[in-house]
Design a protein around this ligand. Sequence first.
Ligand SMILES: C[S@@+](CC[C@H](N)C(=O)[O-])C[C@H]1O[C@@H](n2cnc3c(N)ncnc32)[C@H](O)[C@@H]1O
Length: 229
Amino acid sequence: MITIKEWLVNVVQLNKINVVGLGPGNIKYLSTAGIDCIKQAEIIIGSTRQLSDLKTIISEKQEIYILGKLNELITYLKENVERKITIIVSGDTGYYSLVPYLSKNLSKNILNIIPNISSYQYLFSKLGENWQNFRLASVHGREFDYIKNINDEDIEGLVLLTDDIQNPYEITKKLYNNGIRNLTVIVGENLSYDNEKITILEIEDYKKLNRKFDMNVLILKKGENYGKK
Ligand SMILES: C[S@@+](CC[C@H](N)C(=O)[O-])C[C@H]1O[C@@H](n2cnc3c(N)ncnc32)[C@H](O)[C@@H]1O
């Protein structure tokens, strides 16, 4: 008797499920390897926005599956595992993506992962900065103690993926109210798209962030007068 995981590995030995990192979003940043996986797929899986970003390279003959409930996705993948499938994920495949969930519920061996640059890497490039001394984290549907972490002397700052609840205004308000000063706040919204917006201000001006945000990445960089020196 073989387990479902062993069966999946046997079935897809020659036919792995591709997981393609879209990069920051604009199709210009998609890799050649990613484009090949998308063009060769019988089934392409992604969010409505991602599939719309890729419309110029998706043909009418290809089947589209719009990402919804994750347990339904796993059922669908198991039912279609003998077909050529490509799953699109935003940014880098190795940074807060679907990959751990797919590995856990299918098998690591059946995934062919094509990485890309993350939204935060794109933002650092726009700023002309390196990011190796920053700590990477996310408050997108999860908790992270950014007040404790910003006080860590070993780091130059924090990078946070955000969501609608823990948005740049709520985060900077909390930092300010907890006495954090001497900090530059950088918000990158809709990165790589035509409506990209990068906002840079000092923590003292956090009230200017009291507005609605689109999809964004937040950099908290120690030191002030950023870009004015
Ligand atoms: C589920 S995480 C995926 C992160 C992705 N793997 C990456 O490497 O960027 C989704 C979060 O990534 C960020 N994000 C992804 N694409 C973005 C973009 N084009 N502009 C701004 N933020 C983006 C936002 O913080 C969003 O809430």
